[in-house]
Design a protein around this ligand. Sequence first.
Ligand SMILES: [Zn+2]
Length: 87
Amino acid sequence: MARRTKIVGPVGSYGPRYGVSVRKRVRDILERKKAPHACPFCGRTGTVYRVAVGIWACKKCGNVWAGAAYTPRSGIAPYFKKYIIKQ
Ligand SMILES: [Zn+2]
């Protein structure tokens, strides 16, 4: 079962393996992945979930879109919208 610890949280299930700095990095990524995100279509928060790597969906409106691997929007997405799509 998923064992949580005080320091590395959900990554406690890895036990003492891989080193603490690596486990802390994984913890930060998993926390961003599991945090409540706002849906870019209906604006509701907490209804967005990851279907697979880079594929995100909203429980409420049913939209499915391509995002980043661990977040529904990548850091480069706003620049892409501003400079590439508008040309
Ligand atoms: Zn939605």
